[in-house]
Design a protein around this ligand. Structure first.
Ligand code: C5P
Length: 214
């Protein structure tokens, strides 16, 4: 039997990561937060005082990534967000990170969350979810996340940054953020993490006949 791939895509702070972790636990699958690959690449460039928009510098950083880079504590926050979105728009960076993502999923199946999992990384995945929410709800979530980490920020500014990053991710030529034709849409504007998980499980069961083992 082909191992199960669950592809979760959507804009920033829509609840993809939390949902991906929960589905991974339910289905007994490994989870890969693919945003970490772009964040760690951007961070490497920043460490070397390079320009995240420079293709050669960013590609070299992507090719030099080590597993421990993904566990760094400084991969979140406005600076890392912007650097990630910058390197992510470079085709050579995406190409350098593609095999890692595919190998990760092929071995035992996986839940992967990102922007292009259902469109580019695993276009044949049987289970694709496109998770979204209003920009206001996503801005508030990101603001709360920052506050929880002791980082004071202005809500309007955080919401504007979230919108700006989505616009950049959706407008780029290389693997833009978009819903795959066969992805199931899940709007989490009014849903908490429990309700989001319940809705995702219901969609997978009712629309794809996919249920967790056991
Ligand atoms: O998901 P996260 O917010 O951590 O992703 C950070 C950035 O990495 C995104 O804004 C996007 O530019 C990029 N990304 C991507 N493709 C993915 C995952 C993330 O382009 N599959």
């Amino acid at each position: 039997m082909t191992p199960l791939i669950i592809a979760i895509d959507g804009p920033a702070a829509a609840g993809k990561g939390t949902l991906a972790k929960r589905l991974a636990a339910r289905f007994g699958l490994p989870h890969l937060d693919t945003g970490l690959l772009y964040r760690a690449t951007g961070r490497r460039v920043l460490d070397a005082h390079g320009d995240p928009a420079d293709p050669a510098t960013a590609e070299a950083a992507a090719r030099a990534l080590r597993p421990e880079d993904l566990a760094r504590a400084d991969l979140r926050g406005p600076e890392a967000d912007a650097a990630a979105a910058s390197v992510a728009s470079i085709p050579a960076v995406r190409a350098a990170l593609l095999d890692f993502q595919r190998d990760f999923g092929r071995a035992r199946g996986a839940v992967l969350d990102g922007r292009d999992i259902g469109t580019i990384v695993f276009p044949d995945a049987p289970a694709k979810l496109f998770v979204t929410a209003s920009a206001e709800a996503r801005g508030l979530r990101r603001w709360r996340e920052l506050a929880g980490r002791g980082l004071a920020a202005d809500l309007a500014e955080v919401t504007a940054q979230v919108r700006q990053r989505d616009a950049q991710d959706a407008a780029r030529a290389a693997a833009p953020l978009r819903q795959a034709a066969d992805a199931l849409l899940l709007d989490t504007t009014e849903l908490d993490a429990d309700a989001t998980e319940a809705r995702a499980l219901a969609l997978l069961r009712e629309r794809r006949g996919i249920v967790p083992p056991g």
